[in-house]
Design a protein around this ligand. Structure first.
Ligand code: GLU
Length: 301
């Protein structure tokens, strides 16, 4: 009982923080269910060439890996257990195209460092969570997409004066997620930064707010969400310094599933659902809907 009360008080505090921006600025709200598109379920869809699809069909539902602490991308409401964000919408719209009712998706939170293993050992059918497509990862998993282009950036405290870009990080404590491309890039290109790694970016943000680190570095799409929640405390600085094309991770070798997801993404970009989903989620952190990048149907093998 005592714990429940404390959890409720904390949730109320977080909600209050999320709802009040700078004085005079409009309140920052999360995705509103009534603004989200309703995706048409393709009930006649069948994909016998995909082992993953067949397994999910037998099970009666899809299991999709996501993030749970990235505002506007993939966020879990601790009270209701519901997930929301642009990645969650990508999962729902593609599920509908594959013949699964989005309401029945089982979302599973998987951290950056564990994505490949989760796909390899069949813990999830596919993964939608700010997952950069690159050649190294392609040796372990397959990727549909890209469905969005992000870029590495920096989040600092609002009163920060010294850090304006990655060239100012010498001797500074910079936090990122283990197993992520931003962490690897800092290590390689900015070796004088003092790196700190955690499983999740939200822990990095807590460390930034309590002066344990000087900056958090990952994709702008993720950082803008944290900044939008507490704009009086945090800001994103400089220009993005990498290209992070987001893909849907699938088990390697299941090319039937990968190409079906490519088709689904392309259809949703054409029929307007992609844009509507963006505007109701990630668009809330301040950037207008971009043109989605071209889908890369790379050959099997
Ligand atoms: N997009 C980057 C990556 O896949 C950073 C975001 C994340 O860790 O999910 O590593």
């Amino acid at each position: 009982m005592k714990h429940t009360l404390r959890a409720l008080a904390l949730a109320a505090l977080l909600l209050a923080t999320a709802a009040c921006g700078k004085p005079g600025s409009p309140p920052v709200k999360g995705p509103q269910p009534e603004d989200l598109p309703v995706y048409k379920v393709d009930t006649g869809f069948s994909l016998p060439a995909s082992r993953t699809w067949e397994k999910a069909k037998k099970r009666g539902r899809l299991v999709v890996g996501v993030k749970e602490d990235q505002p506007y991308m993939g966020e879990k409401d601790p009270a209701s257990g519901r997930y929301s964000g642009f990645d969650i919408e990508i999962a729902k719209m593609t599920a509908a195209s594959l013949g699964f009712d989005p309401a029945t998706i089982e979302f599973r939170t998987i951290a950056s460092a564990n994505r490949e293993t989760a796909l390899q050992n069949g813990q999830i059918d596919y993964y939608v969570g700010t997952y950069t497509i690159n050649d190294n990862r392609k040796k372990q998993v397959g990727f549909a997409g890209p469905y969005f282009m992000a870029g590495q950036s920096l989040l600092v405290r609002r009163n920060e004066k010294d850090i304006k870009g990655p060239e100012d990080l010498d001797g500074k404590k910079v936090c990122s997620a283990a197993g992520s491309t931003p962490y690897q890039r800092l290590q390689k290109d900015f070796p004088k930064a003092v790196l700190v790694a955690y499983d999740t970016y939200s822990v990095c943000v807590d460390n930034l707010l309590t002066y344990q680190v000087d900056a958090v570095s990952t994709d702008d799409s993720i950082l803008l969400g944290y900044a939008a929640k507490v704009p009086e405390e945090l800001k994103v600085v400089g220009k993005p310094f990498s290209k992070e094309p987001y893909g849907i991770g699938v088990p390697r070798g299941d090319d039937a599933l990968r190409l079906a997801l490519d088709d689904a993404l392309e259809a949703d970009e054409k029929n307007g659902d992609w844009k509507k989903a963006y505007e109701a989620t990630l668009g809330l952190s301040g950037q207008p809907a971009p043109k989605p990048p071209a889908i890369d149907r790379y050959p099997a093998g």
